[in-house]
Design a protein around this ligand. Structure first.
Ligand SMILES: [Fe+2]
Length: 472
Protein backbone atom coordinates (compact mmCIF):
# COMPACT_ATOMS: atom_id res chain seq x y z
CA UNK A 1 0.00 0.00 0.00
CA UNK A 2 2.75 2.47 0.94
CA UNK A 3 5.64 2.41 -1.45
CA UNK A 4 9.21 3.27 -0.56
CA UNK A 5 9.69 6.60 1.13
CA UNK A 6 12.20 9.15 0.08
CA UNK A 7 14.75 9.72 2.82
CA UNK A 8 14.98 13.52 2.74
CA UNK A 9 11.63 14.04 4.42
CA UNK A 10 10.46 10.51 5.00
CA UNK A 11 7.96 11.42 7.68
CA UNK A 12 6.27 14.23 5.87
CA UNK A 13 6.45 12.47 2.47
CA UNK A 14 4.14 9.73 3.73
CA UNK A 15 1.32 12.26 3.38
CA UNK A 16 2.00 12.34 -0.36
CA UNK A 17 1.88 8.58 -0.90
CA UNK A 18 -1.19 6.90 -2.34
CA UNK A 19 -3.77 5.23 -0.15
CA UNK A 20 -5.57 2.40 -1.92
CA UNK A 21 -7.68 0.81 0.80
CA UNK A 22 -11.32 1.73 1.33
CA UNK A 23 -12.64 0.97 4.78
CA UNK A 24 -15.62 1.35 7.00
CA UNK A 25 -14.91 1.22 10.76
CA UNK A 26 -17.74 1.44 13.28
CA UNK A 27 -15.66 2.43 16.33
CA UNK A 28 -12.22 3.98 16.17
CA UNK A 29 -10.09 3.76 19.32
CA UNK A 30 -10.48 7.10 21.14
CA UNK A 31 -7.81 8.60 23.42
CA UNK A 32 -8.85 11.44 25.71
CA UNK A 33 -12.35 12.77 26.26
CA UNK A 34 -14.64 13.84 23.47
CA UNK A 35 -16.86 16.83 24.31
CA UNK A 36 -20.25 15.30 25.14
CA UNK A 37 -21.99 17.83 22.87
CA UNK A 38 -19.91 16.97 19.80
CA UNK A 39 -22.29 15.26 17.43
CA UNK A 40 -22.10 15.21 13.65
CA UNK A 41 -19.84 14.33 10.77
CA UNK A 42 -16.56 15.73 9.54
CA UNK A 43 -16.27 15.13 5.79
CA UNK A 44 -12.89 15.59 4.16
CA UNK A 45 -11.78 15.74 0.54
CA UNK A 46 -8.35 15.42 -1.01
CA UNK A 47 -6.16 13.47 -3.39
CA UNK A 48 -5.31 9.87 -2.49
CA UNK A 49 -3.93 8.21 -5.62
CA UNK A 50 -0.92 9.83 -7.23
CA UNK A 51 -0.28 7.35 -10.03
CA UNK A 52 -2.27 5.35 -12.57
CA UNK A 53 -0.43 2.39 -14.03
CA UNK A 54 3.01 3.70 -14.93
CA UNK A 55 1.86 7.32 -15.13
CA UNK A 56 2.50 9.67 -12.23
CA UNK A 57 0.64 12.83 -11.40
CA UNK A 58 3.08 15.69 -10.98
CA UNK A 59 1.33 18.03 -8.58
CA UNK A 60 -0.25 17.70 -5.14
CA UNK A 61 -3.49 19.12 -6.57
CA UNK A 62 -3.76 16.37 -9.21
CA UNK A 63 -4.23 13.12 -7.28
CA UNK A 64 -7.52 11.24 -7.63
CA UNK A 65 -10.09 12.34 -5.07
CA UNK A 66 -10.92 10.37 -1.95
CA UNK A 67 -13.61 11.20 0.60
CA UNK A 68 -13.22 10.53 4.33
CA UNK A 69 -15.94 10.59 6.95
CA UNK A 70 -15.48 10.88 10.75
CA UNK A 71 -18.81 10.67 12.53
CA UNK A 72 -18.98 11.73 16.19
CA UNK A 73 -21.91 10.22 18.09
CA UNK A 74 -22.57 8.98 21.63
CA UNK A 75 -18.97 9.46 22.71
CA UNK A 76 -17.53 7.45 19.83
CA UNK A 77 -16.14 8.01 16.37
CA UNK A 78 -16.87 5.98 13.23
CA UNK A 79 -14.97 6.27 9.97
CA UNK A 80 -15.29 5.52 6.29
CA UNK A 81 -13.28 6.38 3.21
CA UNK A 82 -13.98 5.90 -0.50
CA UNK A 83 -12.55 7.09 -3.75
CA UNK A 84 -14.80 9.50 -5.58
CA UNK A 85 -15.95 7.65 -8.72
CA UNK A 86 -15.69 10.62 -11.06
CA UNK A 87 -15.78 10.08 -14.81
CA UNK A 88 -12.06 10.85 -14.81
CA UNK A 89 -11.42 8.21 -12.13
CA UNK A 90 -13.42 5.56 -13.98
CA UNK A 91 -11.74 6.30 -17.29
CA UNK A 92 -8.29 6.09 -15.71
CA UNK A 93 -9.18 2.74 -14.12
CA UNK A 94 -10.39 1.39 -17.46
CA UNK A 95 -7.40 2.66 -19.39
CA UNK A 96 -4.73 1.89 -16.82
CA UNK A 97 -3.09 5.25 -17.39
CA UNK A 98 -3.75 8.97 -16.91
CA UNK A 99 -6.44 9.93 -19.41
CA UNK A 100 -6.69 13.71 -19.15
CA UNK A 101 -5.02 16.84 -17.98
CA UNK A 102 -5.17 17.98 -14.38
CA UNK A 103 -3.97 21.16 -12.67
CA UNK A 104 -0.26 20.33 -12.95
CA UNK A 105 -0.22 17.21 -15.13
CA UNK A 106 -0.68 16.95 -18.86
CA UNK A 107 -2.01 13.77 -20.45
CA UNK A 108 -0.13 12.36 -23.43
CA UNK A 109 -2.62 13.22 -26.18
CA UNK A 110 -2.25 13.50 -29.93
CA UNK A 111 -2.91 16.77 -31.73
CA UNK A 112 -6.09 15.22 -33.14
CA UNK A 113 -7.22 14.39 -29.60
CA UNK A 114 -6.68 18.02 -28.67
CA UNK A 115 -8.72 19.35 -31.55
CA UNK A 116 -11.54 16.99 -30.67
CA UNK A 117 -11.30 17.72 -26.98
CA UNK A 118 -9.57 20.90 -25.89
CA UNK A 119 -8.55 21.45 -22.28
CA UNK A 120 -6.51 18.23 -22.25
CA UNK A 121 -9.27 15.76 -23.08
CA UNK A 122 -12.09 17.73 -21.59
CA UNK A 123 -12.52 19.32 -18.23
CA UNK A 124 -11.64 17.16 -15.29
CA UNK A 125 -14.31 16.15 -12.80
CA UNK A 126 -11.70 14.81 -10.37
CA UNK A 127 -13.32 16.88 -7.65
CA UNK A 128 -10.72 16.64 -4.90
CA UNK A 129 -10.84 20.17 -3.46
CA UNK A 130 -13.97 20.93 -1.44
CA UNK A 131 -17.36 19.65 -0.25
CA UNK A 132 -20.69 21.48 0.01
CA UNK A 133 -24.12 20.25 1.12
CA UNK A 134 -26.61 19.71 -1.68
CA UNK A 135 -30.19 18.47 -1.23
CA UNK A 136 -30.00 15.20 0.75
CA UNK A 137 -26.30 14.70 0.10
CA UNK A 138 -23.20 16.57 -0.91
CA UNK A 139 -21.24 17.81 -3.89
CA UNK A 140 -17.51 17.35 -4.26
CA UNK A 141 -16.00 20.33 -6.06
CA UNK A 142 -12.94 21.21 -8.04
CA UNK A 143 -12.17 24.21 -10.24
CA UNK A 144 -14.30 23.09 -13.18
CA UNK A 145 -18.11 23.17 -13.43
CA UNK A 146 -18.60 19.43 -12.98
CA UNK A 147 -19.57 18.86 -9.34
CA UNK A 148 -19.78 15.20 -8.28
CA UNK A 149 -22.70 14.21 -6.04
CA UNK A 150 -22.19 11.71 -3.22
CA UNK A 151 -23.94 10.21 -0.23
CA UNK A 152 -22.74 11.62 3.09
CA UNK A 153 -23.08 8.34 4.99
CA UNK A 154 -21.90 5.65 2.57
CA UNK A 155 -19.68 8.06 0.57
CA UNK A 156 -20.98 6.38 -2.58
CA UNK A 157 -20.72 8.50 -5.70
CA UNK A 158 -24.05 9.41 -7.29
CA UNK A 159 -22.59 10.90 -10.45
CA UNK A 160 -21.25 14.04 -12.03
CA UNK A 161 -23.87 16.77 -12.08
CA UNK A 162 -24.54 19.36 -14.74
CA UNK A 163 -25.46 22.96 -14.17
CA UNK A 164 -28.99 23.71 -15.26
CA UNK A 165 -28.17 26.78 -17.37
CA UNK A 166 -26.55 27.82 -20.64
CA UNK A 167 -23.43 29.35 -19.12
CA UNK A 168 -20.33 28.13 -20.89
CA UNK A 169 -17.33 28.60 -18.65
CA UNK A 170 -14.52 26.12 -18.16
CA UNK A 171 -13.47 27.39 -14.74
CA UNK A 172 -15.39 27.97 -11.53
CA UNK A 173 -13.94 28.21 -8.04
CA UNK A 174 -14.28 25.38 -5.54
CA UNK A 175 -14.72 27.93 -2.75
CA UNK A 176 -18.40 28.75 -2.92
CA UNK A 177 -19.94 31.15 -0.40
CA UNK A 178 -23.36 30.34 0.93
CA UNK A 179 -25.53 33.30 1.94
CA UNK A 180 -28.27 32.09 4.29
CA UNK A 181 -30.14 35.42 4.20
CA UNK A 182 -30.42 35.29 0.41
CA UNK A 183 -30.89 31.50 0.37
CA UNK A 184 -28.31 31.27 -2.37
CA UNK A 185 -24.70 30.42 -3.03
CA UNK A 186 -22.31 32.83 -4.72
CA UNK A 187 -19.42 31.77 -6.92
CA UNK A 188 -17.14 33.17 -9.60
CA UNK A 189 -16.81 31.54 -13.02
CA UNK A 190 -14.26 32.40 -15.67
CA UNK A 191 -15.48 32.45 -19.23
CA UNK A 192 -12.64 31.95 -21.72
CA UNK A 193 -12.57 32.78 -25.39
CA UNK A 194 -12.39 35.70 -27.78
CA UNK A 195 -14.08 37.61 -25.01
CA UNK A 196 -13.13 36.43 -21.56
CA UNK A 197 -14.66 37.55 -18.32
CA UNK A 198 -15.03 36.87 -14.63
CA UNK A 199 -18.70 36.41 -13.88
CA UNK A 200 -20.21 36.46 -10.42
CA UNK A 201 -23.01 33.90 -10.26
CA UNK A 202 -25.83 33.33 -7.82
CA UNK A 203 -27.23 29.81 -7.35
CA UNK A 204 -30.55 29.47 -5.45
CA UNK A 205 -30.47 26.85 -2.68
CA UNK A 206 -31.30 23.33 -3.84
CA UNK A 207 -30.66 24.12 -7.51
CA UNK A 208 -27.77 24.01 -9.95
CA UNK A 209 -29.00 27.07 -11.83
CA UNK A 210 -26.43 29.85 -12.10
CA UNK A 211 -27.62 33.39 -12.72
CA UNK A 212 -24.93 35.84 -13.76
CA UNK A 213 -25.23 38.98 -11.66
CA UNK A 214 -22.08 40.75 -12.86
CA UNK A 215 -19.42 40.28 -15.51
CA UNK A 216 -15.97 41.82 -15.64
CA UNK A 217 -14.29 41.73 -19.05
CA UNK A 218 -10.64 40.69 -19.12
CA UNK A 219 -8.15 39.94 -21.92
CA UNK A 220 -5.90 37.63 -19.94
CA UNK A 221 -7.77 36.06 -17.03
CA UNK A 222 -6.01 35.47 -13.73
CA UNK A 223 -5.85 32.18 -11.88
CA UNK A 224 -8.43 32.41 -9.09
CA UNK A 225 -8.71 29.73 -6.42
CA UNK A 226 -11.08 31.56 -4.10
CA UNK A 227 -12.79 34.87 -3.42
CA UNK A 228 -14.62 36.38 -0.49
CA UNK A 229 -17.96 37.86 0.43
CA UNK A 230 -19.34 40.29 2.95
CA UNK A 231 -23.00 40.73 3.84
CA UNK A 232 -23.34 43.01 0.82
CA UNK A 233 -20.45 42.39 -1.56
CA UNK A 234 -18.50 39.81 -3.52
CA UNK A 235 -14.78 40.59 -3.66
CA UNK A 236 -12.51 39.14 -6.33
CA UNK A 237 -8.76 39.51 -5.87
CA UNK A 238 -7.24 39.46 -9.34
CA UNK A 239 -3.60 38.43 -9.07
CA UNK A 240 -1.16 39.11 -11.91
CA UNK A 241 -0.88 35.39 -12.68
CA UNK A 242 -2.60 35.42 -16.03
CA UNK A 243 -3.19 33.33 -19.13
CA UNK A 244 -3.90 33.81 -22.81
CA UNK A 245 -7.08 31.77 -23.30
CA UNK A 246 -5.85 30.15 -26.53
CA UNK A 247 -2.84 28.75 -24.71
CA UNK A 248 -5.21 26.97 -22.34
CA UNK A 249 -7.44 25.64 -25.07
CA UNK A 250 -4.78 24.12 -27.27
CA UNK A 251 -1.58 24.28 -25.25
CA UNK A 252 0.51 21.24 -24.52
CA UNK A 253 1.52 22.30 -21.06
CA UNK A 254 -0.19 21.36 -17.81
CA UNK A 255 -3.07 23.74 -17.06
CA UNK A 256 -1.33 25.95 -14.54
CA UNK A 257 1.94 26.21 -16.48
CA UNK A 258 0.15 28.24 -19.15
CA UNK A 259 -0.17 31.09 -16.67
CA UNK A 260 2.44 33.86 -16.55
CA UNK A 261 3.43 36.01 -13.58
CA UNK A 262 3.26 39.69 -14.56
CA UNK A 263 3.91 41.62 -11.36
CA UNK A 264 3.91 44.99 -13.14
CA UNK A 265 0.15 44.60 -13.42
CA UNK A 266 -0.31 44.71 -9.63
CA UNK A 267 -3.13 42.90 -7.85
CA UNK A 268 -6.63 44.31 -8.24
CA UNK A 269 -9.67 43.92 -6.02
CA UNK A 270 -13.06 44.02 -7.72
CA UNK A 271 -15.99 44.72 -5.40
CA UNK A 272 -19.44 43.74 -6.69
CA UNK A 273 -22.82 44.37 -5.07
CA UNK A 274 -24.53 41.01 -4.42
CA UNK A 275 -28.01 42.25 -5.29
CA UNK A 276 -27.56 44.77 -8.09
CA UNK A 277 -24.34 43.43 -9.61
CA UNK A 278 -23.05 47.01 -9.72
CA UNK A 279 -19.36 47.64 -9.23
CA UNK A 280 -18.56 49.15 -5.85
CA UNK A 281 -15.02 49.91 -6.86
CA UNK A 282 -11.75 48.56 -8.21
CA UNK A 283 -8.71 48.86 -5.97
CA UNK A 284 -5.04 48.20 -6.63
CA UNK A 285 -2.14 47.08 -4.52
CA UNK A 286 1.37 45.76 -5.13
CA UNK A 287 1.44 42.35 -6.80
CA UNK A 288 0.85 39.38 -4.56
CA UNK A 289 -0.64 35.91 -4.95
CA UNK A 290 -2.95 33.85 -2.79
CA UNK A 291 -5.02 30.73 -2.86
CA UNK A 292 -7.19 31.59 0.12
CA UNK A 293 -9.06 34.56 1.44
CA UNK A 294 -9.52 34.14 5.20
CA UNK A 295 -12.63 36.30 5.60
CA UNK A 296 -14.05 39.70 4.68
CA UNK A 297 -16.49 42.19 6.16
CA UNK A 298 -17.66 45.78 5.96
CA UNK A 299 -16.64 47.90 8.96
CA UNK A 300 -18.63 50.98 7.93
CA UNK A 301 -15.62 52.82 6.56
CA UNK A 302 -14.09 50.13 4.34
CA UNK A 303 -14.37 46.62 3.02
CA UNK A 304 -11.83 44.61 5.01
CA UNK A 305 -10.28 41.48 3.49
CA UNK A 306 -7.84 39.15 5.22
CA UNK A 307 -5.75 36.92 2.98
CA UNK A 308 -3.00 34.27 3.21
CA UNK A 309 -0.74 36.27 0.90
CA UNK A 310 2.43 35.20 -0.92
CA UNK A 311 4.89 37.62 -2.50
CA UNK A 312 4.62 35.77 -5.81
CA UNK A 313 3.30 32.57 -7.39
CA UNK A 314 6.28 30.32 -6.54
CA UNK A 315 4.11 28.35 -4.10
CA UNK A 316 2.40 26.70 -7.08
CA UNK A 317 5.55 24.96 -8.28
CA UNK A 318 6.62 24.38 -4.66
CA UNK A 319 3.62 22.04 -4.47
CA UNK A 320 4.85 19.71 -7.22
CA UNK A 321 5.07 16.25 -5.73
CA UNK A 322 8.76 15.60 -6.29
CA UNK A 323 9.68 18.86 -4.56
CA UNK A 324 7.34 18.27 -1.64
CA UNK A 325 8.41 14.66 -1.16
CA UNK A 326 12.07 15.66 -1.20
CA UNK A 327 11.45 18.23 1.51
CA UNK A 328 12.59 21.07 -0.75
CA UNK A 329 10.66 23.63 1.27
CA UNK A 330 7.79 25.88 0.33
CA UNK A 331 7.18 29.61 0.07
CA UNK A 332 5.68 31.11 3.18
CA UNK A 333 2.58 33.27 3.16
CA UNK A 334 1.75 35.91 5.75
CA UNK A 335 -1.57 37.08 7.12
CA UNK A 336 -2.37 40.40 5.45
CA UNK A 337 -5.31 42.73 5.86
CA UNK A 338 -6.41 44.84 2.91
CA UNK A 339 -8.78 47.76 3.44
CA UNK A 340 -10.75 49.03 0.46
CA UNK A 341 -11.92 52.56 1.20
CA UNK A 342 -14.58 54.01 -1.13
CA UNK A 343 -13.28 56.88 -3.22
CA UNK A 344 -9.68 55.71 -3.16
CA UNK A 345 -8.06 53.57 -5.83
CA UNK A 346 -5.26 52.15 -3.71
CA UNK A 347 -5.93 49.43 -1.17
CA UNK A 348 -4.43 49.92 2.28
CA UNK A 349 -2.38 46.94 3.44
CA UNK A 350 -1.15 45.77 6.82
CA UNK A 351 0.66 42.56 7.72
CA UNK A 352 -1.13 41.23 10.77
CA UNK A 353 1.17 38.26 11.34
CA UNK A 354 4.15 36.65 9.65
CA UNK A 355 2.85 33.22 10.62
CA UNK A 356 2.56 31.03 7.50
CA UNK A 357 -1.16 30.34 7.97
CA UNK A 358 -2.74 28.20 5.23
CA UNK A 359 -6.04 26.37 4.72
CA UNK A 360 -7.64 29.10 6.86
CA UNK A 361 -10.98 28.65 8.62
CA UNK A 362 -13.10 30.88 10.79
CA UNK A 363 -16.15 30.21 12.96
CA UNK A 364 -19.00 29.69 10.45
CA UNK A 365 -21.24 32.26 12.13
CA UNK A 366 -18.52 34.88 11.70
CA UNK A 367 -18.04 34.31 7.98
CA UNK A 368 -18.68 37.44 5.89
CA UNK A 369 -18.88 39.53 9.08
CA UNK A 370 -16.65 41.06 11.75
CA UNK A 371 -14.52 38.44 13.50
CA UNK A 372 -11.39 38.06 15.56
CA UNK A 373 -9.91 34.56 15.14
CA UNK A 374 -8.51 32.66 12.18
CA UNK A 375 -7.42 29.02 12.37
CA UNK A 376 -5.24 27.10 9.98
CA UNK A 377 -2.09 25.09 9.68
CA UNK A 378 1.41 26.49 9.49
CA UNK A 379 5.00 25.39 9.24
CA UNK A 380 7.90 26.46 11.41
CA UNK A 381 10.27 28.88 9.66
CA UNK A 382 13.31 26.68 10.24
CA UNK A 383 11.79 23.49 8.82
CA UNK A 384 11.10 22.59 5.22
CA UNK A 385 7.69 21.05 5.73
CA UNK A 386 4.82 23.40 5.16
CA UNK A 387 2.51 22.02 7.80
CA UNK A 388 3.66 20.94 11.24
CA UNK A 389 1.25 22.75 13.55
CA UNK A 390 -2.25 24.06 13.95
CA UNK A 391 -2.35 27.78 14.64
CA UNK A 392 -4.86 30.28 15.91
CA UNK A 393 -4.32 33.92 14.99
CA UNK A 394 -5.89 36.69 17.04
CA UNK A 395 -6.42 39.26 14.31
CA UNK A 396 -7.00 42.03 16.85
CA UNK A 397 -3.58 41.67 18.47
CA UNK A 398 -1.64 39.66 15.90
CA UNK A 399 -0.79 37.07 18.55
CA UNK A 400 -0.49 33.43 17.51
CA UNK A 401 -0.96 30.25 19.53
CA UNK A 402 -0.25 26.77 18.24
CA UNK A 403 -0.57 23.03 18.78
CA UNK A 404 1.99 20.55 17.51
CA UNK A 405 3.29 17.04 18.09
CA UNK A 406 6.63 15.49 17.13
CA UNK A 407 6.74 14.34 13.49
CA UNK A 408 3.07 15.08 13.06
CA UNK A 409 1.49 17.00 10.21
CA UNK A 410 -2.02 18.39 10.55
CA UNK A 411 -4.44 19.41 7.84
CA UNK A 412 -7.11 22.10 7.68
CA UNK A 413 -8.74 22.66 11.10
CA UNK A 414 -12.52 22.89 10.96
CA UNK A 415 -14.20 24.94 13.70
CA UNK A 416 -17.30 23.47 15.36
CA UNK A 417 -19.19 25.79 17.70
CA UNK A 418 -20.42 24.51 21.07
CA UNK A 419 -24.21 24.63 20.99
CA UNK A 420 -25.37 27.58 23.09
CA UNK A 421 -21.91 29.15 23.12
CA UNK A 422 -21.66 32.86 22.39
CA UNK A 423 -17.91 33.53 22.36
CA UNK A 424 -16.40 33.32 18.90
CA UNK A 425 -13.89 30.66 19.95
CA UNK A 426 -16.22 28.60 22.16
CA UNK A 427 -15.97 25.28 20.36
CA UNK A 428 -13.50 22.78 19.02
CA UNK A 429 -11.20 22.38 16.04
CA UNK A 430 -11.21 19.10 14.14
CA UNK A 431 -8.17 18.25 12.04
CA UNK A 432 -6.78 15.12 10.42
CA UNK A 433 -3.16 14.67 11.50
CA UNK A 434 -0.51 12.46 9.91
CA UNK A 435 1.52 10.73 12.64
CA UNK A 436 4.66 9.89 10.69
CA UNK A 437 6.20 7.83 13.48
CA UNK A 438 3.14 5.59 13.60
CA UNK A 439 2.68 5.56 9.84
CA UNK A 440 -1.00 6.41 10.26
CA UNK A 441 -3.38 9.31 10.76
CA UNK A 442 -5.85 10.41 13.38
CA UNK A 443 -8.52 13.01 13.80
CA UNK A 444 -7.75 15.37 16.66
CA UNK A 445 -10.22 17.43 18.68
CA UNK A 446 -8.74 20.64 20.11
CA UNK A 447 -10.35 23.17 22.43
CA UNK A 448 -10.49 26.21 20.13
CA UNK A 449 -10.00 28.62 23.07
CA UNK A 450 -6.72 27.13 24.30
CA UNK A 451 -5.66 24.73 21.52
CA UNK A 452 -5.37 22.04 24.19
CA UNK A 453 -6.09 18.54 22.97
CA UNK A 454 -9.39 17.01 24.10
CA UNK A 455 -9.21 13.71 22.22
CA UNK A 456 -7.96 11.88 19.18
CA UNK A 457 -9.18 8.87 17.22
CA UNK A 458 -6.76 6.98 14.98
CA UNK A 459 -7.41 5.14 11.73
CA UNK A 460 -5.24 2.14 10.73
CA UNK A 461 -3.69 3.81 7.67
CA UNK A 462 -2.16 7.10 6.63
CA UNK A 463 -4.47 9.68 5.08
CA UNK A 464 -2.78 11.63 2.29
CA UNK A 465 -2.71 15.40 2.81
CA UNK A 466 -6.06 16.79 1.72
CA UNK A 467 -7.57 20.17 1.18
CA UNK A 468 -10.98 21.08 2.52
CA UNK A 469 -13.95 19.66 4.35
CA UNK A 470 -17.02 20.48 6.37
CA UNK A 471 -18.72 19.50 9.62
CA UNK A 472 -22.46 18.97 9.76
FE1 LIG B 1 -8.71 25.88 -1.32
Amino acid sequence: MVSTLLPAAAGFALGLQSLESERRIEALPVEGTLPPWLSGTLLRNGPARFEVGRDNYRHWFDGLAMLHRFTFAAGGVSYANRFLRSKRFAAAERAGHIVGGEFGTVAQLTFADRLRAPFGNGLTDNANVNIVPFRDGYLALTETPGPVAFDGETLETRGTAKYDDALSAPLMTAHTHHDPARRATFNVVIEMGRKSRYSVVRIPDGTLRRTVIASIAVDEPAYLHAFSTTARYVIIAEYPLVVRPLDLLFGRKPFIENYRWKPDRATRFHVVDKDTGASAGVYETAAFFAFHHINAYDDGAAVVIDICAYDDHAIISDFTLDRLRAGAGVSRPSVRRYRLIPGRSAAEVETISEVSLELPRVAPLREAGPYRFAYGFAGAAERPEFSDRIVKVDLASGSVSSWSQTRSYPGEPVFVARPGGTDEDDGVLLSVVLDAAAGSSYVVVLDARTLEECARAAVPHHIPFGFHGIFR
